[in-house]
Design a protein around this ligand. Structure first.
Ligand SMILES: Nc1ncnc2c1ncn2[C@@H]1O[C@H](COP(=O)(O)OP(=O)(O)O)[C@@H](O)[C@H]1O
Ligand SMILES: [Mg+2]
Length: 246
């Protein structure tokens, strides 16, 4: 579903992606671990065409992201939802209007269908009862759900989660992991979760990899990853000090 092959990206003299390759299919959750500043967000931004690579190929369902025109890119972005770290809701709109926003703005979906899809998306996350409340009047956990409902309403076939637990307390972080699993089991979607949160990583991954020196090291299933003897993986997994992500 999502495939990056031999991608290079340098900012000035900062080589962030160096012959980077990866592949995620429907039903899979790829977790990309890595310390802060290694290029995890840059990787996700390439997939939705927010950053262009210097070299390499990036495909979503066989469609090239590189060189796509506006229309092609917008079709790709309909399929691949990017859940930003903040996942911020518009404060002066109800939860329902927040979830409807992207569909209203796209102008291609009739109002009645928007209402149906919004209700369906809210219901799937147990948020129907909070639909008419304002973001400030619901809990942090419900705000996360609302942000996810806003992504799901677009009917994405893949979801990119950028540091979904950054800044959350451990209990909320666990809830987010459960949410991701809930969403994954509700449909055959591809997911990429970028994080330095090991507990989250092992609770959602079907495959794990470490982003290190511009590429992925040791793409493996959770058990094999945990047992890896690769020195950089060992030092990451056994490392005591871990800076918070950006
Ligand atoms: N648009 C940009 N212009 C220049 N440098 C950038 C840009 N975006 C990211 N970088 C740099 O690329 C590196 C990787 O950033 P990022 O992908 O955000 O790291 P992280 O793994 O923490 O998500 C960092 O050194 C960052 O400063
Ligand atoms: Mg980042």
């Amino acid at each position: 579903m999502i495939e990056m092959s031999n991608v290079f990206k340098t900012f000035g003299d900062n080589a962030v992606l160096r012959d980077f390759s990866m592949k995620v299919d429907e039903g899979e959750t790829l977790v990309i671990l890595g310390r802060s500043g290694t290029g995890k967000s840059v990787t996700l931004k390439h997939i939705v065409g927010l950053i262009q690579p210097d070299k390499g190929s990036i495909k979503v369902d066989g469609r090239s992201v590189i060189g796509a025109n506006r229309k092609q890119l917008s079709a790709i972005r309909d399929d691949v939802a990017y859940l930003f770290q903040s996942g911020a809701l518009v404060n002066w709109m109800t939860v329902r209007d927040n979830v409807a926003l992207s569909l209203v703005e796209s102008r291609s979906v009739p109002r009645r269908e928007i209402d149906e899809r919004v209700d369906e998306s809210l219901a799937s996350l147990g948020m129907l009862e909070a639909a008419d409340r304002m973001p400030a009047d619901i809990s942090g956990g419900m705000r996360k759900r609302a942000a996810l409902a806003r992504v799901l309403v677009q009917g994405p076939r893949a979801i990119l989660y950028d540091e979904p637990t950054a800044g959350l307390d451990p209990i909320m972080a666990r809830t987010v992991g459960e949410l991701i699993n809930e969403v994954q089991s509700s449909g055959q979607r591809a997911a990429i979760v970028v994080t330095h949160d090991l507990e989250l990583a092992f609770s959602v991954a079907t495959t794990l990899a470490l982003h290190h020196e511009g590429k992925l090291v040791e793409l493996a299933e959770p058990d094999a990853f945990k047992q890896s003897q690769h020195p950089v993986i060992r030092s990451f997994l056994d490392g005591t000090v871990q800076e918070s992500g950006t």
